[in-house]
Design a protein around this ligand. Sequence first.
Ligand code: F6R
Length: 612
Amino acid sequence: MCGIIGFVGREQAAPILLEGLRQMEYRGYDSAGVAVRSREKGLQVRKSKGRLQVLADLTRGGADLEGCLGIGHTRWATHGEPNDVNAHPHVSSDGRIALVHNGIIENYLEIKEQLLNHGVVFTSDTDTEVVAQLLEFHYKECGSMLEAVGRVLRRIEGSYAFGIICADYPNALIAARKDSPLILGFGENGNFIASDVTAILRHTRDVVYMSDGEIAVLTADSADVFNHEMDPVVKEHSHVDWDAAAAEKGGYPHFMFKEILEQPDAIQKTVAPRIRENRVVLDGFRLTAEEAKNISRIYMIACGSAYHAGIVGKYVWERLLRRPVEVALASEFRYSQPLVDSRTLVIAISQSGETLDTMAALREAKRLGGRTLAVCNVVGSSIAREADDVLYTWAGPEIAVATSKGYSTQLAALDLIGLYLADLLGTVSPAEYGEILTELQRLPDKMRQYLTDYAGAQYFASRYFNHDSIFFIGRNLDYAMGLEGSLKLKEISYIHSEAYASGELKHGTISLIEPGTLVVALGTHAALFDKAMSNVVEVKARGAEVLAVTTETHRERMAKTADAVLSVPETHPLLQPSLGIVPLQLFAYYVALQRGCDIDKPRNLAKSVTVE
Ligand code: F6R
């Protein structure tokens, strides 16, 4: 999704802006642009459709643009096709105000109509240009940029993060946010705004998270933040632990590959600090036994892979807590009049912490009086800050659009919370509690063990990469894992793929199986292995080619029937998806590689979906 960076300081802004935009390329974009203010030339704007390199070539890496104050943007089109004109920054008619925007202005047509009646001429199809023109209108009216920004914010509806510069304010970078992330960063040679911390990690790790309704005015040495009533706000500074190298490829061919290999460390970082003296101790979430017993309903709300993590979580929690858990797609939950009250626990799962639907669902849950807990990876993200409690996954920056370590640390976090609640409720025996805890701590090593030899996944990818439709089947936790395996494959390789609960095959899907159809059969769940075998036999009888994923214990039996087998080490049955997902991620990765796909930036997708 769109990325924003802004800089005001003692260095030439344009190269800094371009480098920051490059760090945000992973988010997905279709055009890019920068605006820089120079003493001699006023506002200079360069923008272009396509890769950032086009913009870099256009400006000789930014060298052509003088000035130490500027804003930059990567756009992911919502209003108006991706082209040079619709790219940001947008400039007011008099050429004195430039603005970049993430989000959507919902009442832009109405405002545009009014401005047209005042004779304003528009050049683009975007909602953002309307804001630039409205800003000029109010600025002319009141003569103060800050006041004009305040007036604009009171007029517009929707979501936004803005970066604004004005030719009349040579030292001021203005920012504002509502429902779209924006941070302030403080460096030695100047100050920054950014929609994503990775954009400024090379310059600073000293940041301030802006809250909804706030406006900030930055100069090279100062930052003033105001609330929507223009009263000054004192903001707390945070230190970002991620280092710049963690967000670099570091010699790996793709971020996705690097991040798959980083999973054992990421799980270890998520789990180890939360286990003390053989008990789960959750830093960000504490309940009394009484509070836990008072919970009558549990929801997990999320999107995409995080939703799939929630489905695994449901199976695990229902086993451990002996009470129903509902997993809801955040985009559905928010409009479904959910049955949330003060006895409902709502878990919002989000790697980025900025997914708009998850955010809206969380707000709805809070409005209805539910107790909310966020499971997030990005510290200080909107969802993390708005939930009553937060448990961070410590996966480090995830750059590939398709999640891997984000998902597997979500599983680990849900395992921890599930154990914690089961202990409070007394629904898990001490022996099983101890066994799961021990296995949770062994997961990183078992995953490392698998990751020393994943040639099988690579080999089978080269054998099957040219199929055009692939089915994933499994039962229970294997089904939950199949949903994620299938999404991984389709999103990066563009092969049509569906995951089915094996028991459902006979109710319709089996008619799709014909000679040569590839079925990825998941049989890692020991208790249901025989059932998994029966389903393999069933699809083989219809001519399917079967690639099976099972545990080492069951490898031999599976190999007697399936055409190809990948096996992973065995762990506690409730944790098995954490290991089983790794060959599926690698299979998807290698299939996409064989097909020459843009693995880290699949078409049409964005890393953090901040629009509905
Ligand atoms: C798929 C993927 C997406 C995200 C989804 C939610 O590989 O990454 O499906 O899981 O967009 O994102 P977060 O977890 O940031 O809320």
